[in-house]
Design a protein around this ligand. Sequence first.
Ligand SMILES: C[S@@+](CC[C@H](N)C(=O)[O-])C[C@H]1O[C@@H](n2cnc3c(N)ncnc32)[C@H](O)[C@@H]1O
Length: 292
Amino acid sequence: MPAATDTAIVPGVSPQVYDQRDFERISQMIRREAGIVLGNNKRMLAYSRIAPLVRRSGRQTFKEYLDLIENDGAEQTRAIASLTTNHTYFNREPHHFEHFTKNVRPGLIAQAQRGETVRIWSAGCSSGEEIYTLLMVLLGEDRNEGRQLSKRKIVALASDLAEHAVRAAADAVYPAEALSKLPPVLRENWSVAVADTEATSLGISPDIKQMVRFRQLNLLRPWPFGSLFDLIFCRNVMIYFDGPTKEQLVLNFARQLKPGAHLYIGHSERVSGPATELLEPVGTTIYRRKAA
Ligand SMILES: C[S@@+](CC[C@H](N)C(=O)[O-])C[C@H]1O[C@@H](n2cnc3c(N)ncnc32)[C@H](O)[C@@H]1O
């Protein structure tokens, strides 16, 4: 008889605790609920992310845990969140912020100064580095002008499927080292020392924090928006989705943008399918909503 580890799909883990069928149930669930495709090479990853939840629930095997979450929505939400990849950092893909500064920012500032509401969405914001980079760039290098601008009607929405990520975004406290990726003048203008730490953490300035609304939101479910956006960032989110899900999502983004408004997506992502009728490429992974 082979040793238990010979048939294990994760080295050192008994198939009685976690087997191929368990992995398939996990990958079907995350695909159905969040659109995320987990290939067979992610069996170990799924094990390492879910195992702490199995232990915490007091269950002995993945099968027992997966049976449990079929009837426990809150636990299922936790399991799904634990399977998301939340890697992000300040000033990621800087060419987007350069394009934004040159081509989009002046129009948004003029709009805000006319007293018109400006709506911005970071969809799949993870722990907030993306929306805070964007708002720092928007408020800019002149602190006084930036402060005036922050009091205008600029509404930034930061949403993510994973509640732990949204909480971290709302906390807005980061290792000082993480902010070193930002241009120094923006970091100095728009970050603040955090009390009770030994200067190893920095917070995002209240001027910026008050501009952001945080929301746990699954991009695959209906969106609760009454108004169109002036700008959407959805970067490095769709890479985990299958083709039809990506096409439907970019179509939904296109429909959620005002004519002339911009969509920025991640470096390995592309707009394809029916959305190409509505969006014209204006830079690398940058698209503009065509006039109606
Ligand atoms: C790799 S992070 C990208 C963060 C940031 N946009 C960036 O580019 O640095 C991907 C994020 O997408 C979120 N996500 C994955 N599937 C989602 C879904 N169906 N709805 C909303 N957010 C989702 C994950 O929770 C994760 O925080």
